[in-house]
Design a protein around this ligand. Structure first.
Ligand code: FES
Ligand SMILES: [Fe+2]
Length: 366
């Protein structure tokens, strides 16, 4: 077994805010651990390991009353700190349920699965989702069967668009303009930059045709030739924004159509992920029908094209280590490889710190 280890000390998207309803328990697995989420009476959010420390029944099968969960099996009750606050069979056991830092921000719930101190300021900045009116914001959730990092690489390397999405996201084949091949993402100018822990890759295309999907659905982008910048930002470990700036030929910069596409990948297990996607836009912000069309199109493209190929590739990789397979590395992989290397270094650093802590604890115990 050599699945890519998971970075624990990071904020992961746990759910859309409206998925966790007041008075209800919400179960979801993150990084191979079962978690139960719920809203507390003081408008806070609680996240506990979804396992009663008595005989290990899922706490999410229990009853929620005033911020306290009563276990379905033998009735022990736990509050949001994980403490047992009621035992119908005798005195209170000292053993507590593990809890996780949790925050609500940018219409999402964020969870921290690691042992290091969780700083809410480190939650990736998706404030464009807060700024978007309801009619220019749409979202979804899918649960693909592959390692979460395959989806990170999918978004980091947009060179797949011309081949995997010829009838949807591609700009309609290679064309020659002034002796140059333009109009598709293949051959687009790439720029990779680092910003602290984040990595950004930009694909710049001039004189691009509208995408296949834009030709079928007028209103998604300007018509005619477009200068298009597709800027992907990755924040560890699975938060990505693809900002697309489409500027009609000859127009001023402030006439550009700007779309923000959010892609949040949270590992559920080694071979399954929670994929939260959203879209916000600067144009036609009152167009409810366009909003729903964008949501449907994105989901359709993702399910029938990206998710399908990532799941199939996962099947071919099995549990083999990525680098042991000696993959071909193309110039277009530069952003994805940079992200992989960065994440591997963070995971190694996290493992080294955990090992040092263990040694210190052993020395202290002697
Ligand atoms: S398993 Fe929860 S009280 Fe027994
Ligand atoms: Fe894709």
């Amino acid at each position: 077994m050599a699945y890519m280890p998971m970075l624990r000390n990071a904020w992961y998207a746990a759910g859309w805010s409206d998925e966790v309803e007041a008075g209800k328990l919400f179960a979801r697995k993150f990084l191979n651990e079962n978690v139960v989420l719920y809203r507390t009476p003081d408008n806070g959010m609680a996240a506990l390991q979804d396992r009663c420390p008595h005989r290990f029944a899922p706490l999410s099968y229990g009853k929620l009353d005033g911020g306290v969960i009563e276990c379905c099996y033998h009735g022990l009750c736990y509050d949001s700190s994980g403490a047992c606050v009621s035992n119908p069979h005798g005195r209170l056991p000292g053993k507590t349920v593990k809890t996780y830092p949790v925050q609500e921000k940018h219409k999402l719930i964020w969870i921290w699965m690691g042992d290091a101190k969780a700083d809410p300021a480190a939650i990736p900045d998706l404030s464009y989702l807060d700024d978007a009116p309801a009619t220019a914001f749409n979202k979804g959730y899918l649960n693909p069967k592959c390692n979460y990092f395959m989806l990170v690489e999918n978004i980091m390397d947009l060179s797949h668009v011309d081949f995997l999405h010829p009838n949807t996201l591609a700009a309609g084949g290679v064309r020659e303009v002034n002796g140059k091949k333009v109009g598709t993402i293949t051959g687009a100018k790439q720029t990779v930059e680092e910003d602290g822990a984040a990595v950004t890759i930009e694909w710049a295309l001039s004189d691009s045709l509208p995408l296949a999907i834009e030709r079928k659905h007028p209103g998604l982008a300007p018509s005619g030739l477009i200068d298009r910048r597709s800027i992907v930002r990755w924040d560890p470990a699975g938060a990505m924004t693809l900002k697309i700036i489409s500027l009609p030929k000859g127009c001023a910069a402030d006439e550009a159509f700007v779309a923000y596409n959010t892609h949040l990948m949270t590992p559920e297990t080694d071979t399954k992920l929670h994929y939260f996607f959203a879209n916000a836009r600067s144009f036609a912000q009152d167009d409810v029908a366009l909003n729903e069309a964008i949501r449907k199109l994105r989901e359709m493209v993702f399910v029938t094209e990206d998710m399908w190929v990532c799941e199939a590739a996962q099947d071919r990789i099995g549990s083999e280590n990525f680098w042991d397979l000696r993959p071909i590395v193309l110039p277009t992989d530069v952003g994805a490889v940079r992200v992989r290397r960065k994440l591997e270094a963070m995971i190694a650093d996290e493992a080294a710190q955990a090992a040092t802590k263990k040694i210190d604890a052993n020395v202290a115990a002697e």
